[in-house]
Ligand binder design. Structure first.
Ligand SMILES: [Zn+2]
Length: 232
C-alpha cells in the first residue's frame, strides 16, 4: 500500500515538475520570518546527489528554494563531479513551496536556506549508506573529531565539505549572490578550517556562526546549514 502511494506521488510530482516554472522567484522577508513567491523545487536526484528523504520531499514538500539558488546548487554539483568525483552528495531540507514556518527549523522561511548533508568517509573511503537514513539523518551525532558515535569507522570528510562550500560561493558570486552564513557545529569548525580547502574558506572570510544555542549547535554535525545572500 505504502509503495503504491509513493508511486502515485512520484508520478504526480513528475507531472508538476514537468510544468515549466516561469520567471524568477522572490524571497520576501527574512529567513526566520518570510515567504517564498514562485519558488522552484529541486529534482529528487541527479548524477552525484540525491534528496535525503522521500517523506520530506513528497509528503512534507520541503525541497523548494529561490530559482537562482536551485541553479547555483545544481551547477555546484556539476563542478563537484569533476573536482570531488568520488562523492555522492546529500541535499536535505530547504523550504516549503510558499516558504513560511517549517518546524522544527527556526529559519528556512524565505527560500534562501539549504541544509547540506555532511560528506562522510568509512575507513577513508566515501560512505553512501547514510543516504538511506531518511529523516533519521538529522539525528546522527558525531564526536569532537568528527567520528560518528554509532560507528567510529565513519568520519566527516572535512576537506570535501570545505571544497563544496568554496564552489557553492564561487558559483553564487557569478550569479550576483553569495554564501551569507554557514551554521556548523562549533567544536568541529577547527577540523574543517585545518584542511587545505578549509584554510581557503577562512581566507575568503565566508561567515560561520560563532556562537549557537546548545540545541542548535548539537544538530549541526550531520549537516551544515547555508543561507544565501543577494548582492544588491
Ligand atoms: Zn537548516
Amino acid at each position: 500500500m505504502y509503495r503504491i502511494l509513493i508511486i502515485i506521488l512520484v508520478c504526480f510530482h513528475s507531472f508538476i515538475l514537468s510544468q515549466k516554472f516561469e520567471g524568477e522567484s522572490k524571497s520576501v522577508g527574512k529567513v526566520n520570518n518570510g515567504k517564498l513567491v514562485n519558488g522552484r523545487k529541486f529534482p529528487y536526484n541527479g548524477e552525484n546527489y540525491q534528496y535525503f528523504s522521500p517523506f520530506s520531499y513528497y509528503i512534507l514538500n520541503r525541497a523548494w528554494t529561490h530559482s537562482k539558488i536551485v541553479d547555483i546548487t545544481l551547477e555546484t554539483y556539476k563542478e563537484c563531479e569533476k573536482k570531488i568525483p568520488h562523492h555522492h552528495f546529500l541535499l536535505m531540507e530547504c523550504s516549503k513551496k510558499n516558504g513560511g514556518k517549517m518546524k522544527p527549523h527556526r529559519t528556512h522561511q524565505n527560500g534562501t536556506s539549504i541544509d547540506f548533508g555532511t560528506p562522510l568517509l568509512k575507513d577513508g573511503k566515501p560512505y553512501k549508506i547514510h543516504n538511506s537514513l531518511g529523516l533519521y539523518h538529522y539525528l546522527m551525532t558525531f564526536d569532537e573529531k568528527g567520528n560518528w558515535t554509532n560507528n567510529k569507522r565513519v568520519t566527516i570528510d572535512f576537506e570535501s565539505m570545505a571544497q563544496h562550500i568554496l564552489i557553492l560561493d564561487k558559483i553564487a558570486r557569478k550569479n550576483n549572490m553569495y554564501v551569507k552564513k554557514v551554521i556548523f557545529k562549533i567544536n568541529l569548525k577547527d577540523n574543517l578550517f585545518n584542511t587545505k580547502s578549509g584554510k581557503k574558506l577562512k581566507r575568503k572570510k565566508i561567515y560561520f556562526a560563532r556562537k549557537l544555542p546548545k540545541i542548535v549547535d548539537n544538530l549541526h554535525d550531520d549537516h551544515y546549514h547555508v543561507d544565501f545572500g543577494f548582492h544588491k
